[in-house]
Write a protein that binds this ligand. Structure first.
Ligand SMILES: *Cc1c(COP(=O)(O)O)cnc(C)c1O
Length: 381
C-alpha cells in the first residue's frame, strides 16, 4: 500500500474509538427514544454521555451539541436553518470563496431560492480580511459562514476577529471547523462563534456522524429545523440517532483533547521536513497559502510544466490528493487555488499532502523521494 498522506479526506478510526463503539453494535442496540424499557434507557444514557464529552471538548453546554450525519449536513443545517425553510424573502448570507463545497453548494441553492449571497474573496495567502466581513454585513444578513481552517491549503482563518465583528453587529456566525478540530483548540467560550460544524471521520472517529454546535441550544431561535420527524435532537435533527457513531465521535474528541498539542508539534516538524525536501528537490515548486498561518498537517504544493493527470496516475507510492478531492468528479480546477490566484497550469499540477497522527519520519522520506523522482521523470520525458 502507498504511504497515506491524505488525512484531509479522511482519517483511520482510532482503535480506542472502535472499542468504545463495539458494544453498540451488539448488546446495547436500543433506540434512545424508547422511554419504556432499559434497552432504550441504556442507549439514551450513551448518547447523553457522549453529548457531554463533545461539549467538554469545545467548551459548550451539552444542550448546545446536536448530532448529525457529518459536516456536510451540519453546514446545510446551519445555513438553511438560519435563512428558513423555505427561505424567508429578503434574506442575506455572507460566505467566502474558499469554503468547502458543502457550504458553497448550499449557498448556490439558496440563491436559486431567492436569497442574496455575498461570496467574499480571500487574499493571495488564502486568508480572509475581517474588514471585508464588516463591510458585507447588512440589516438583512441572517448568517456569516467562514471556515476555521481550509481543507485544501490548510490556512487558518482569523476566526476570533471575524466572530467579534459578527457579535458586535448582531449577526449569527457559523464556522466549519471540520479540519481545525483535530489540531487547534476549539473553545466556544473564548471565541464568539454561534454555530460550529464538526465531522467524526476527520478526527479519527467514524464516518457518517458529525456535530452542529448551536449557541443557546434548540430554543435559541437561531435555527429553523429543515427536516420533520420524531423530534429527536431537540427537534433540530429528527431521526433515530446513530448511537455507535455518536459514542465513537465523543471518544475521538476525548482522544484529540489528550494528545492534540504534542501531535501538532511533531506533525508540523514532519510537514516542514517534507516541504523543505520537495522545494529543494523540485525546481519551480511553490507552496500554496500562508506558511505561517496553516494547519500543522497540511502542505499544498504546485509544480509548473507538468500534466496533473499524468502526475496523479504515476504517483503510485503515495496516497495524496490533487487539491480538488471533493470536486474530482467535476474535473474542474480547484476553486480554492483559483481564489488565491494560482494560474490554471499550476493549479492542475498541485498536490495536497495531509499528514496524520500516525505519520512517521520514514513516511516523509519515502513520499518526498517518490514525488521528486516522479516529477523529474515526467519533466524529463
Ligand atoms: C470533509 C469536510 C466536510 C464534509 O464532512 P463530511 O462529514 O464528510 O460530510 C466539510 N467541510 C470540510 C472543511 C471538510 O474537510
Amino acid at each position: 500500500m502507498p504511504v497515506y498522506l491524505d488525512h484531509h479526506a479522511t482519517t483511520p478510526v482510532d482503535p480506542r474509538v472502535f472499542d468504545a463503539m463495539r458494544p453498540y453494535f451488539g448488546d446495547v442496540f436500543g433506540n434512545p427514544g424508547s422511554r419504556s424499557h432499559p434497552f432504550g434507557w441504556e442507549a439514551e444514557e450513551a448518547v447523553e454521555h457522549a453529548r457531554g464529552r463533545v461539549a467538554a471538548f469545545m467548551g459548550a453546554s451539552p444542550h448546545e451539541v446536536f448530532f448529525t450525519s457529518g459536516a456536510t449536513e451540519s453546514n446545510q443545517l446551519a445555513l438553511w436553518g438560519r435563512v428558513g425553510f423555505p427561505p424567508r424573502p429578503g434574506g442575506h448570507v455572507v460566505t467566502v470563496a474558499t469554503e468547502h463545497s458543502s457550504v458553497l453548494a448550499a449557498c448556490r441553492r439558496l440563491v436559486a431560492a431567492g436569497t442574496r449571497v455575498t461570496v467574499l474573496p480571500v487574499e493571495p495567502d488564502g486568508l480572509l480580511d475581517p474588514s471585508r466581513v464588516e463591510a458585507a454585513i447588512g440589516p438583512d444578513t441572517a448568517v456569516v459562514s467562514a471556515m476555521w481552517a481550509n481543507n485544501e491549503i490548510g490556512v487558518v482563518q482569523p476566526i476570533a476577529r471575524i466572530a467579534e465583528i459578527c457579535r458586535r453587529r448582531g449577526v449569527a456566525f457559523h464556522t466549519d471547523a471540520t479540519q481545525a478540530a483535530g489540531w487547534i483548540p476549539i473553545d466556544v467560550r473564548a471565541v464568539a462563534v454561534d454555530l460550529v460544524s464538526l465531522s467524526g471521520h476527520k478526527v479519527h472517529g467514524p464516518k457518517g456522524v458529525g456535530v452542529l454546535y448551536v449557541r443557546g441550544g434548540a430554543r435559541s431561535t437561531l435555527l429553523d429545523p429543515w427536516m420533520e420527524g420524531g423530534g429527536q435532537e431537540g427537534g433540530l435533527r429528527p431521526g433515530t440517532p446513530n448511537v455507535p457513531g455518536i459514542v465513537g465521535m465523543a471518544e475521538a474528541c476525548a482522544i484529540v483533547r489528550e494528545r492534540r498539542d504534542t501531535d501538532a508539534l511533531r506533525v508540523a516538524a514532519l510537514r516542514d521536513a517534507l516541504s523543505e525536501r520537495l522545494l529543494a528537490g523540485i525546481p519551480g515548486a511553490t507552496v500554496n497559502g500562508s506558511v505561517a498561518r496553516r494547519l500543522p498537517n497540511n502542505l499544498s504544493i504546485s509544480f509548473g510544466g507538468i500534466d496533473g493527470e499524468r502526475l496523479m496516475s504515476a504517483l503510485t507510492g503515495v496516497a495524496v490528493s490533487n487539491g480538488a478531492a471533493c470536486s474530482a468528479a467535476a474535473r474542474r480546477p480547484s476553486h480554492v487555488l483559483e481564489a488565491i490566484g494560482v494560474a490554471a497550469d499550476r493549479a492542475q499540477a498541485t498536490l495536497r499532502f495531509g499528514l496524520g497522527r500516525g505519520t512517521c519520519p520514514s513516511d516523509i522520506r519515502i513520499a518526498a523521494d517518490h514525488v521528486i523522482r516522479i516529477v523529474g521523470l515526467l519533466r524529463g520525458g
